[in-house]
Write a protein that binds this ligand. Structure first.
Ligand code: NDP
Length: 451
């Protein structure tokens, strides 16, 4: 049977573009890709990239404060959201064009269209045309989830935040995960009064000691945090959102930002009709090769709800292309994936939390919490933390948790050692780089706890 393409990719985000490019340019496959919104997907257009640029913008007031602590005269001035947004839009246009060019240069045919699956080898584009392919890759990502309650239509999500005409003066952020905590810090840094509600402790799934330090410092900087609270209803009066919470409080905000998790984007994609098995939350069920129960259909990235991180989607897309179109079958190792939460202070984490490690067996815990030289000199109260969780019997480092400026940069390096199975003795055999914050990772001699 002859097909229009060897591979049809649905979704032009991190996983999809990597798979398409590698299949076409390295393995000579005839590839098409359909994207219904903008090339680059969540990470580039409404996630990691614009978020990180906002993190940089929001850090400026504390940098100015620090600068003054070093004897310079400097004024914070005011933040011009319109000017920032114009630059941001131009940057995203530039990046989107690079992603599109990357596909075209690799020989991939790009359709600016929604595509739905109509069979094991066929997709339908929005104009009704049908394309056939030997393999279909579903890489449609996820979308923000907002729970159902009276007035849910009055909230915004991370999809909307980059497109606001004006910054709110007072915002309620609901949620306590990556996105909620990052935007609480960003908006606070940009001068917005931030109140944050979550049903449970913030950053609940992370190491308790690390998250406590982050949350304490978020609160100390002026973010008003309420845990054990949910929104019961929101009423819109003019441009004001009147929020009633489960504790009976009634408060007014200019915007309410919901960041209560993301769900796979499979609604109306035709997968069930094509016989593809989905999990109860709509995620595409795949095996370790990213293959679904329909042999010609694969899925990578957030839509599979394995680990919702861009670099993981990229790995999955690349491994899929090498496996199906190259001579190098590869599975993705989802163990010891490091990540960073771009709060202020920043958080870098890899491996098990202390609680998870303890549940597996005896551990030794090394923690160093201190005021770093740079901010301490400037008079700031900031504290940082370096933490290693070590398996007692083998002395292998099972978890590393860093709360510090540039923790994301540090954890990337530590993750290499952890991936190699490094022991505490091997960390200690590494001579410190002085004076740095990260040197504590190789100089902690005595466990603070045996558990
Ligand atoms: P998270 O899963 O990180 O956090 C969701 C939060 O919402 C939790 O605090 C959760 O509370 C709360 N929540 C969930 N459901 C409800 C509900 N029905 N009512 C009230 N609260 C609720 O999701 P995010 O949306 O923050 O981010 C999605 C994913 O995107 C992340 O998991 C991450 O993988 C990725 N991401 C990564 C980033 C990075 O690498 N820096 C940045 C941004 C996103 P509870 O703890 O009780 O479950």
């Amino acid at each position: 049977m002859s097909f229009d393409y060897d591979l049809f990719v649905i979704g032009g985000g991190s996983g999809g573009v990597r798979a398409a490019r590698i299949a076409a340019s390295e393995h000579g496959a005839r590839v098409a890709l359909a994207e219904e919104y903008r090339m680059g997907g969540t990470c580039v257009i409404r996630g990691c990239v614009p978020k990180k640029l906002m993190v940089y913008a929001s850090a400026v007031p504390s940098i100015i404060e620090e600068v003054r602590g070093y004897g310079w005269s400097a004024e914070t001035g005011s933040f011009d959201w319109g000017a920032f947004r114009t630059k941001l839009d131009a940057e995203l246009d530039r990046l989107e064009a690079i992603y599109r060019r990357g596909q075209e240069n690799a020989g991939v045919t790009v359709f600016d269209s929604r595509a739905t699956v109509i069979g094991p080898h066929e997709v339908r584009l929005a104009d009704g045309s049908v394309k056939s392919a030997k393999h279909i890759l579903v890489a449609v990502g996820g979308r923000p989830f907002v729970p159902d309650f009276a007035g849910a239509e009055h909230v915004i999500t991370s999809n909307d935040i980059f497109k606001l005409d004006t910054l709110p003066k007072r915002v309620l952020i609901v949620g306590g995960g990556y996105i909620a905590c990052e935007f609480a810090c960003i908006l606070h840094g940009l001068g917005v009064k931030v109140v944050q509600y979550n049903r449970s402790p913030l950053l609940r799934s992370f190491d308790t000691e690390a998250r406590d330090l982050i949350v304490d410092q978020m609160a100390a900087r002026g973010i008003e945090i309420h845990t054990g609270v949910v929104v019961q209803s929101i009423e819109k009066r003019g441009e004001t959102r009147v929020v009633t919470c489960s504790r009976g409080c009634v408060e007014e905000f200019d915007q309410v930002l919901y960041a209560t998790g993301r769900v796979p984007n499979t609604d109306g994609l035709g997968l069930e009709a094509a016989g593809v098995q989905l999990a109860p939350n709509g995620a595409v069920t795949v095996d370790e090769w990213s293959q679904t129960n329909v042999p010609s259909i694969y899925a990578v990235g957030d839509v599979t709800d394995r680990i919702q991180l861009t670099p993981v989607a990229i790995r999955e897309g690349h491994a899929f292309a090498d496996t199906v179109f190259g001579a190098t079958p590869r599975k993705v190792d989802h163990d010891l994936v490091a990540s960073a939460v771009f709060t202020q202070p920043e958080f870098g984490t890899c491996g098990l939390t202390e609680d998870e490690a303890r549940a597996r067996g005896p551990v030794e815990v090394y923690v160093s919490t201190f005021k770093p030289m740079k901010t301490s000199f400037a008079g700031a109260p900031d504290r940082v933390m370096m933490k290693l969780v070590v398996e007692k019997e083998t002395q292998v480092v099972l978890g590393c948790h860093i709360v510090a400026p540039d923790a994301g940069e540090m954890i990337q390096m530590v993750a290499i050692a952890m991936k190699m199975g490094a022991t505490k003795a091997q960390f200690d055999a590494t001579v410190a780089v002085h004076p740095t914050m990260a040197e504590e990772l190789v100089t902690m001699r005595t466990p603070v706890r045996h558990a």
